[in-house]
Design a protein around this ligand. Sequence first.
Ligand code: N01
Length: 550
Amino acid sequence: MDALQPNSAAPALRSHDAVIVGAGFGGLYMLHRLRGLGLSARVFEQGSGVGGTWYWNRYPGARCDVESMQYSYGFSEDLQQDWQWSERYAPQPEILRYANHVADRFDLRRDIQFDTGVTAARFDDASGTWSVSTSDGAETAARYLILATGCLSNARIPDFPGLDDFAGKTYHTGHWPHRTIDFTGQRVGVIGTGSSAIQSIPIIAEQAAHLFVFQRTANFSVPAHNAAISTDYAASWKSDYAARRRRAREETRNGILTVVPDKSAMEDTAEGRRAAYEAGWARGGISFMSSYNDLLLNKEANDTACDFVRGKIAEIVRDPAVARLLQPNDHPIGSKRICVDTDYYATFNRPNVTLVNVRAEPIERILPNGLRAGAKEYALDAIVFATGFDAMTGSVAKIDIHGRDGRTLNQKWVEGPRCHLGLMSAGFPNLFIITGPGSPSVLSNMIVSIEQHVDWITDCIAHMRARGLDRIEPTVAAEDDWVAHVNEVAHRTLYPQANSWYMGANIPGKPRIFMPYIGGVPAYRQICAEIAANDYAGFSLSSARQATPA
Ligand code: N01
């Protein structure tokens, strides 16, 4: 379809084969692939630039906790050979440069409309097209609507009373200003102790006159041991990049090449475990969780890893009362996303850092000059909300999506998200969600999962076009089976034991459903591939001239 140009002052009516929402890593690659099919696509991006997560999360210390050589696209051999990563864990500005490089290299910007949010989308059953409303007041018609809205993109500030009265500056880690913020000489409060807080606290502590860390739940964190990437290390990856990418996709649970011993922690002696955990601690990063093959399956095994990390905290933090407060004791290690830090625990040895237990004394009110927690008031010049996101469904829910029978996606998902394969939802034809709920997504290397979804969607659209079909949606039966399977697999693990954002537990009133698919990247890829090879079994495909699927 070609764009229709407006001939009056009326809002533009545009028409494309596909609308893609979001210009992060998912949206960029989706645009590239659809162009390859010869389709016209328009990307709407609410930010002023590409990069998604890495456009918004500019807080001090932001970096990826998947190693740079792996947290990058594998679809272009030239790209992966040319790009040089500087550090083992790339800092946010470098990842953002990479996203911009990709946008320029593949000439993607001309089809991206920045500073434009998608507010609503309505499926017209008669024409089989989506009508997409955007924040610029325009409407765009498209056969396919593809949400590349990201899993952690709806930043959330809890509804603290008095928030608007605060006279100082407030920040959210996921909405950080696009300029350097210097806290020198200030009294700063950081609320939250998740990954974002744990990365930013050591840096803010170096600047602030005093830093108060308001902790509700202690988190497990392992050292990053970040370092420059040596030329030899990069060269070893590049010498067989394609094969390594393939192994990451097909042979690892989470799309990240790691050696996982085929051994339970309980098969080892106490000394053997100590040595394995010490090696994991020394290696650094999330591969600590791969010290044994059952840390997220067996509580007894998990406890041994918890004890090890709690012991490390006690060794690092000098004040035993502070150390105790920092030692997590209410969830298995890894059941909340494990954090990766640089000097996090040691930061609490600084005289200008105070840990406040807001589990015991919750934050009651934000005051004009600080906040009150329990009986105590804390004077603050700035508050950093490291309070996370309405994860996985939050950015989808912000769009008022009406499906084939007029029902909204939010109505359908009121008791938790329902998707087949985490890709499509019954009643919403031609609506694809990249790394949606029910897919490995946040439990995997996101770029690996993004590429797999984009490739699957591209192949699906190509398949339909080759057969004169223009409508696809999952059957209710297939979707129900998949949702049940996602739940069943999750409950074989320790994950549901934590009040995590994976479970929707961080959002008051959000249904408690384990949202990502934990069956592993290789198994999931195989299921998706088999369904495609089997003429998209579990999906109804038709042309607009045929009856609507039941
Ligand atoms: O958010 P979070 P995040 N009063 O939800 C606390 C990815 N990521 O932005 O646990 C007091 O984890 C809340 O407390 P509790 C990664 O997948 C990756 O840090 O709910 N506290 C928690 O401590 C990560 O998991 C990277 O009791 C309140 C914190 O706020 C995900 O993004 C870096 C509160 C929120 O932690 C999200 O991480 C950064 C309240 N009312 C992020 N409400 C890397 O790759 C919330 N909290 C390295």
